[in-house]
Design a protein around this ligand. Sequence first.
Ligand code: NAP
Length: 286
Amino acid sequence: MQNYYLLGSPIRHSLSPAMMNLSFSELGIDAEYGLMETDIDLLPSAVQKLKENGASGWNLTMPVKSAMCSLCDELSPSALIGQVVNTVVNRHGKLFGYTTDGAGFRRAACDAGFSVPCRKMVLLGTGGAASSILIESALSGSGEISVFCNRPSSRTKIEAVAKRLSDYSKTKIKTFFYSEPHALENEIRESSLLVNATNIGMAGRPEDSGTDCLIPDIRCLSAQPDVFDAIYNPRKTPLLNLAEKAGCRTANGLMMLLFQGAEAFRLWTGEEMPTPLVRKKIFPDS
Ligand code: NAP
């Protein structure tokens, strides 16, 4: 039997075991996917144990996605550019690191009828999800991406990603702060796609007011870009509510979650995850 795992902390509420085990069983693959609670300090010994036990592969989530990079023998271009790994394939003791969040985003956006690559995108955020979305959108040939940053250190970090990307892609990437007068409004007006990849709007943030949204006014959406929110809890964020009122097409992050898993499944097994079945059974409200 092949063994696969999710590493990170906390992970007990993850939907990945249900998605993967249903897919293995549906396709008749003799494999099992389990949880391995691991923090950054314990990651090297956990990886050593997985190698010794012949685990076929594993996913990584917060907080161990970046720390996995230096433990891999080879990284995919996206993982190298973003310095983040969420999927490892163990090929005869050699560890290959990938990041599938970006491909998950692209498939989810296309599933919603949005076009990625796109002419011009506004991307809110500079963290793990944002850099995966930036990299995938640029590598797939988007024309222009305007990234909005919260702090100077975050701008420096995302500009380093953009610099590494420039060796692989001709996409024009510009960075802004939210505080720059009219920048957000002007950039969105020229865009076909607006993506939120920040925590703003996510349920359970201590400082959440329930109406948090980085778009200050519905008039910013008057050109009706497609609006994608990487958040999936709640299903309808304040941004998506506002976008619906403005007449935009919208999508939340639930299908990104499904398709990033489907990409990992394909890397491990060479098979397509039965996503319609997984969607029906694991995400019945999608
Ligand atoms: P992260 O690495 O911690 O990044 C969070 C981002 O939010 C950073 O850019 C941060 O900017 C920004 N931010 C935080 N507070 C802000 C504020 N007050 N104003 C403006 N920006 C602010 O987290 P992540 O892993 O990228 O996740 C981001 C979101 O995407 C989460 O809601 C997560 O649930 C979702 N996500 C979804 C999927 C999926 O499959 N659908 C996958 C991954 C993530 P600073 O660092 O500069 O403060």
